[in-house]
Write a protein that binds this ligand. Sequence first.
Ligand code: ZN
Length: 361
Amino acid sequence: MKRLFLVLILSFFSTQGFTTSCPDGGEPTKSISADESHFVYNCGSSNSEQTSSSTANNSVKPITFSNIKSRVQDIPGVAWQNTQNLINSNNTVSGSLVQLEILKGPNTKLYFEGNEAAFTAGIKLWKNFKQPKKYLALFYSFEDKSWAISKYNKPRLIEAPCTPSECTGANSGIMDYSDQGVGVFGINSSDAWDNYRYGPIQIHEYTHAVQMSPWIGKDHPGNEQQKISPCWLIEGQAHFAGISASFSSFKEYKETRNQQIKSHRVEGFTTFSADKILGYYNNDIPIQCLKSPNYKLGYTLGFMTVEVLSAIGGIESSMKIYDLAGAGQSFDQAFNNVYGISWNDARPILAEVVALLHKNL
Ligand SMILES: [Zn+2]
């Protein structure tokens, strides 16, 4: 195999403190958007008689590129709720959309038993998009690497989640010359503390396979996707999908989100101003970005960028970019067609909003 799929590099910073959903410590309240297209999520007491009608009306208006700078506080809740609503409505799907095969090495001890449920949630999440015909997920510890090769004979892929002493990362995509997705997952007991491993990582990796699916039928679906895609979208979308789909409690979503955003640090990138974030977008060139030290910022700044886009257009909106690109559009054309604004005009707005979200962590 000429090329490895994207490796998810996980960093291990300590867990952050317990965060509450709203500034006052309460749970946000849910209401229906003005156009009834989605739920909106708001802090502030739902039974407060003092809430003026203008405030109430403003809080249920859809978030758009025009009003987003005044809606920064609402973004995580609206984006998370959209994913949850989509999963709930897609849950009515009967039968299997994708043939799923999950294998575990003979010496590998799983600390999480919900792999099948997690992949099934990922498959349902992306119900409205092209997906691989089959998805093979291999879970193995370091000592089971040769077992993994016996199950899927692509040694470089099997090595991808491993260091010289342990297997702890994950890697996934559509195989060359095929309509099959494969995910490899390194299992190491020292990762058992991390709730990112209990659903989010599985959906994250499965999402990479869906990102490449519009190019199934081409010789190298993964290359085709990477050729048009900035890295903030590759990792940001997978990460947002994994975390927003895995937690049906907003509080848990926020905890894992904040923990992830504070991790994956990049040396030399320490200030998160709008200017710096705009520079990150401008230098995030498809293919080149795969080898950049800033690649890891896809898990943080990319995550928040996709969260913002999901608050505006729902989680499916950013996947629609790949759908259109697979039909022959450039990234810029596809972005414009999905969001009604050019990427050129959108990125300074996104940079400013992401800087504010980062400040609010
Ligand atoms: Zn990834």
